[in-house]
Design a protein around this ligand. Structure first.
Ligand code: BGC
Length: 760
């Protein structure tokens, strides 16, 4: 009781401190605002950056990025009011700043962490938070206030050029990964920018494309991940996207930025545009896009004029200024927190490597892996010697080094066929020397021709080595989408090489392992049966070679699972015909005809067999699922489900347990089942058991009824599936909802302005 009393007192005390702080902060913000002239306000909401240098136009020469070379942009500083610039830099696979500066001889390298898709494939929110902590420590150490990350758009189509920066085809995975990343990053006292809000699912015509999409698909798929992230974290900022949604530019949409983001979701930070995004600065101000990044002097002028002639309410401008000021007061720059430019790169490389091993997905294993200790390896493929650690564009990271697979395998104690590897390295060096110098960040280096080998050479390699490993690589990035041929599909050359290598090795009864070092989904169905194992390594960051070797050797038992479906053919993809808006006259419109049927929601509901389904991934051990318990057969406010997972193999391993729900469809068509939760077990020793519990709320059962603009959980029978992939269900239990539950009554937002025929 006494203890209880002290706890209560402490809570009351802490609460009053918070209130006092909030009050004094409010006072401070009002005070600054009252001292700002209209011109200063209009300049403050228009940022600087990217050498466009509106800093000079805006009269703040030299302030821009002065402190951190290679940052992406800053807010406008006002010296007389002691307002420093807020410094922002990219994200999301690590901090992107210039590694070298003219002013000194120090280096400013950052850690390249695995890309978002790999992190999501770990299905481990604790791990992602840890990555965020490590990444954020570099943001802080290098004096940046806000990292422009995480990227959280839905991977609508495997050709999406920036998919690698994003997490998943599923909003629940995306949402929880995003929240974990924000929490980890911001634990350093720096901010984040959750991006690109919203429906930025393609790079083709990215600054002008109009995404025509139903309210239901918006709510259930494309906004849901952002909503979950904001419910589970408090990002300082959100970045609006370039595209239009049902006719309105995202940064100019009052529905999106005020109606949904603020009024429905209670977001308290500020919104910035994507770089040079949107057109009408005044409309952006009114919509609640608080900061224009980086803007132009014309935008500042237009805002001043609009306030003067009363087409923009000064209250809108003041509100936006206040929101930016509220965040500014938290920043290291404002609080004059010094930065040591000396992050723990060694420690963070370890985190990067650990994360990489946890997110790799073992797609196939025909007794080939783990490799035998000290196996002698013939290592094929340019990317074995030149790994792709991450994609290109703003999500690139300037790292001090990259561990290639040859080095990683050596570090792991394997013997490479030295003569052969040396030959491949020499070949690569020669052809790389002929490449033109890369001139832009948005340029993705083209894949290089592979070294050609005769059948005799291959036979010889197969005789003198224990196993063949071939890496197939794909790179991509901002500014362009991927292609079907020579990108999604393997090239004829790649297939031929695969055939020749497997033929030679199989003749000797030896195995061939393929490592996929890719930014996005590739076709696997036509060739996978020829090879003995496939490890999907995604783009694994600067420690990639070590991480792959850790998994191949079995030092780390693979536990990654796909967060995006691998279809058999590209044409099986639900948006194959409408992505990215091919037809000539409509080239700038993307019709989201597949509606809510994105990824496994489509393949499952329409019985289209994928090559590897959502949630799939192998391990060197296997697990039993037992003792499923449901707290009640009748749903009231909440339900609890628990299940025992036991490692039944002889190697320690982790399992990703996925919870899907099938809902009644009397009133509304719904996907066959939808993911509602997931938990990764701890490392289970052989025979060890862990009991996992999930809580289900009414919100988890609800679908969005457009006609009623409400989230409703229908009365009827529901089934919970405890599964290890969207197709591999281990246990199911049913329960009943007595009557319809209206979980949230909303109003129409971003309604369709033209007809859209949706898949049913
Ligand atoms: C990208 C953003 C990035 C910004 C700043 C834009 O081109 O779309 O993701 O944060 O540039 O570099």
């Amino acid at each position: 009781m006494i203890i209880y009393k002290y706890v209560v007192l402490a809570v009351v005390f802490a609460f009053s401190l918070v209130t006092v702080n909030a009050q004094s902060q409010d006072k401070k913000i009002k005070e600054i605002l009252s001292k700002m002239s209209l011109e200063e306000k209009a300049k403050f909401v228009v940022g600087t950056g990217m050498k466009a240098n509106n800093a000079s136009v805006n009269g703040a020469v030299g302030a821009t990025m002065g402190k951190v070379n290679g940052a992406a942009g800053t807010t406008f500083p006002i010296d007389r009011l002691e307002i420093p610039p807020i410094i922002t830099a990219d994200g999301p696979a690590g901090l992107r700043i210039d590694p070298l500066r003219k002013e000194d001889s120090k280096t400013y390298y950052c850690t390249a962490f695995p890309v978002g898709t790999l992190l999501a494939s770990s299905w481990d929110v604790n791990l992602v938070e840890k990555v965020g902590q490590a990444m954020g420590s570099e943001v802080k150490a290098y004096g940046v206030d806000i990292l422009l990350a995480p990227g959280m758009n839905i991977q609508r189509n495997p050709l999406g050029g920036r998919n690698f920066e994003y997490y998943s085809e599923d909003p629940v995975v995306s949402g929880f990964m995003g929240a974990a990343m924000v929490n980890g990053l911001q634990s350093n006292g720096i901010g984040t920018s959750v991006k690109h809000f919203a429906v930025n699912n393609q790079e083709t015509n990215r600054t002008s494309v109009n995404s025509v999409i139903s309210e239901r698909a918006l709510r259930e798929i494309y906004l849901k991940g952002f909503e979950i992230a904001l419910q589970n974290s408090n990002p300082w900022t959100v970045m609006s996207s370039y595209n239009k949604i049902n006719g309105d530019y995202a940064p100019e949409s009052l529905d999106l930025l005020t109606g949904i983001l603020r009024d429905e979701w209670n977001f308290k930070g500020f919104v910035m545009t994507d770089w040079f995004g949107g057109k009408d600065g005044v409309a952006q101000m009114h919509a609640g896009n608080d900061l224009i990044m980086p803007g132009t002097a014309n935008k500042t002028k237009a805002i001043i004029k609009a306030v003067e002639d009363k087409t923009l309410d000064i209250k809108d401008l003041d509100r936006n200024v206040e929101r930016i000021l509220t965040i500014l007061l938290k920043t290291p720059s404002y609080n004059k927190i010094s930065n040591n430019n000396n992050p723990d790169l060694k420690g963070n490389a370890k985190v990067s490597r650990e994360a990489a091993t946890e997110g790799m997905v073992l797609l196939r294993n025909n007794d080939a892996l783990p490799l035998q200790k000290e196996a002698k390896i013939a290592l094929f493929g340019n990317n074995s010697y030149d790994i792709i650690p991450g994609g290109t564009g703003s999500g690139e990271v300037n790292k001090a080094y990259v561990i290639n697979l040859d080095e990683g395998l050596g570090n792991e104690g394997f013997k490479l066929d030295k003569i052969f590897s040396n030959k491949w390295r020499a070949y690569l060096k020669e052809i790389k020397a002929l490449l033109p110098v890369r001139t832009s960040l948005l340029e993705t280096p083209k894949p290089l021709d592979q070294m050609q080998l005769t059948e005799e050479e291959l036979d010889q390699l197969a005789k003198t080595n224990d196993v063949g490993i071939l890496t197939i690589g794909r790179n991509g990035g901002e500014g362009h989408d991927r292609k079907i041929d020579y990108d999604f599909n393997l090239t004829a050359e790649e297939k031929l090489a695969l055939n020749k290598i497997t033929k030679a090795f199989h003749k000797q009864n030896k195995k061939v392992v393929v490592v996929l070092n890719i930014d996005g989904v590739v076709e696997v169905a036509s060739w996978r049966d020829n090879v003995d194992a496939i490890l999907l390594a995604w783009q694994p960051g600067l420690e990639g070679g070590n991480a792959i070797a850790n998994v191949l050797s079995g030092k780390v038992n693979p536990s990654g699972k796909l967060a995006i479906t691998f279809p058999v053919n590209y044409i099986d993809v639900p948006s194959a015909k409408t992505f990215p808006g091919f037809s000539e006259e409509k080239s700038k419109t993307a019709y989201y005809n597949e509606g809510i049927y994105v990824g496994y929601r489509y393949y499952d509901s329409f019985n289209v067999t994928p090559a590897y389904e959502f949630g799939y991934g192998m391990s060197y051990t296997s697990f039993n699922y037992n003792n499923i318990k449901l707290s009640d057969k009748q749903f009231k406010n909440k339900l609890k489900v628990s299940v025992d997972v036991t490692n039944k193999g002889d190697k320690a391993g982790k399992e990703v347990v996925q919870l899907y729900i099938s809902a009644p469809t009397n009133n509304l068509k719904k996907p066959l089942k939808e993911l509602k939760g997931f938990i990764k077990t701890k490392l289970l020793q052989p025979g060890e058991k862990e009991t996992l519990s999930f809580t289900i709320t009414a919100a988890d059962l609800a679908s969005y009824y457009t006609d009623k603009s409400s989230w409703i959980a229908d009365g009827g029978n529901y089934t919970i599936h405890i599964a290890t992939s969207s197709k591999d269900i281990k246990k199911s239990v049913s329960f009943k909802v007595a009557n319809d539950i209206v979980v949230k009554k909303l109003s129409h937002k971003l309604p369709l302005k033209e007809e859209l025929k949706e898949l049913e």
